[in-house]
Design a protein around this ligand. Structure first.
Ligand code: SAM
Length: 225
């Protein structure tokens, strides 16, 4: 017998609660605001229906165009590492499914997000509009070049792996701002946090090892033939 919406809602809310406890809290995510948002964003709505049953599993999942929605833990870790207080303007490179975008939108004033695949960008925009998330501005294009209009961001989050940190992104980081980016080889990277100091110099921290799909663009990896 097919389950109804109420039953489905209860199952997914239990699955989310379990995801937060087992995958996030037990692995050291402690920011209560991040945990609250991770509990409230419905990850199963960001994957195809056929994959919805695995939406709260400890893994990334395909979203089309050869791309993935990131593992919940890495979304939480990156979000926590941004130390958002609520008033920030955040630039996200790699909208993907829009899941991470929704998490950010719940924790800051405005998200500016860029995705290079038109199809994914359109799908994410529609999804967030249907979820009544309105503090997001979308662009389709090459995020390695930064936001197309001149602007400084309090936080910049790159959700794909770069060979080196694109200079254009460092230029668009405000003083005291954080830029979080997976940097390294095509197969594995280090999650790096750059903090822009008052004198314009950059403090660099390595947070952990990670594995992301490549950041493809003029200041990233070349597109595979
Ligand atoms: N955070 C996303 C989510 O929650 O679904 C997952 C992002 S996925 C791991 C990385 C995304 O970065 C892909 O959608 C990919 O198309 C995008 N991407 C790769 N290079 C890009 C670039 N130069 N500019 C914009 N987006 C890019």
């Amino acid at each position: 017998m097919p389950i109804n919406n109420v039953e489905h809602g209860m199952i997914s809310s239990r699955a989310r609660e379990r995801m937060v406890r087992k995958q996030l809290v037990e692995r050291g995510i402690i920011d209560p605001r991040v945990l609250t948002v991770m509990r409230s964003v419905l990850r199963h709505l960001f994957v195809d229906e056929a994959l919805a049953g695995r939406a709260y599993s400890d893994m990334s999942l395909p979203i089309g165009e050869g791309q993935t929605i990131s593992q919940p833990f890495i979304v939480a870790r990156m979000t926590e590492s941004l130390q958002l207080l609520g008033d920030e303007e955040v630039l996200e490179i790699g909208t993907g499914s829009g899941y991470q975008t929704s998490v950010l939108a719940g924790l800051c004033r405005k998200v500016y997000t860029i995705e290079r695949h038109q199809k994914l960008a359109e799908k994410a925009r529609r999804k967030l509009r249907n979820l009544n998330i309105h503090n997001v501005i979308y662009r389709t294009g090459d995020g390695t070049l930064g936001w197309p209009e001149p602007r400084l961001f309090d936080r910049i989050l790159v959700t794909a792996g770069a060979p080196v940190v694109p200079e254009n992104l460092i230029d668009q980081l405000a003083v005291d701002g954080f830029l979080l980016i997976p940097e390294g080889g095509a197969e594995s990277q280090e999650l790096v946090r750059l903090i822009k100091q008052k004198d314009g110099s950059i403090k660099r921290e390595i947070l952990e090892l990670c594995r992301f799909v490549p950041l493809v663009g003029a200041k990233g990896w070349a597109e595979k033939e």
